[in-house]
Ligand binder design. Sequence first.
Ligand code: NI
Length: 178
Amino acid sequence: MEKTEIRIYPDPVLRQIAEPVKDIDAEIQKIIDQMFSAMYRTPNGIGLAANQIGAKKRVVIFDFKRTKEKEGSPFVVINPEIVWSDGSISYEEACLSIPGFSAKVTRKKKVGVKGYDREGKPIEIEAKDIEAVCFQHEIDHLNGILFIDHISSLKRAIFKRKIKKMLREMKRKANAQQ
Ligand code: NI
């Protein structure tokens, strides 16, 4: 099986809105497996949305207890929806699709999330603090929203300069290898 790559900003798929899953069929199971293997190949990713591997489906995965070496408690939420939220928290966020950049984002401190597990059973989860942040970050991905959309325009300008420089550097290296 070929390796699933995590799509990197500014890949347009990261700006597309993912479609609701109608049937939890073999295709969805395959996407979920690919998402987990892509996430576990990173040293510290604890959440991933399907668009990040180029699949426009409303699927998010998490493992808040993983270490660099092994799985902790992986779980999937299909068609996730935030049904209530409360409070506010400011947390330094990063994203596997935006390497080398992090910024403080203010979000809800607690959320209630409804959806389905990978067997299609309805689930409801209550999350707080970093876990609540992760749910909001990943569900944002399904709507084409990135954490950099929540930061100040000044910080975003710094980010855009940084990413341009990084992309130039990547191009230069690729050219040098030819
Ligand atoms: Ni992300």
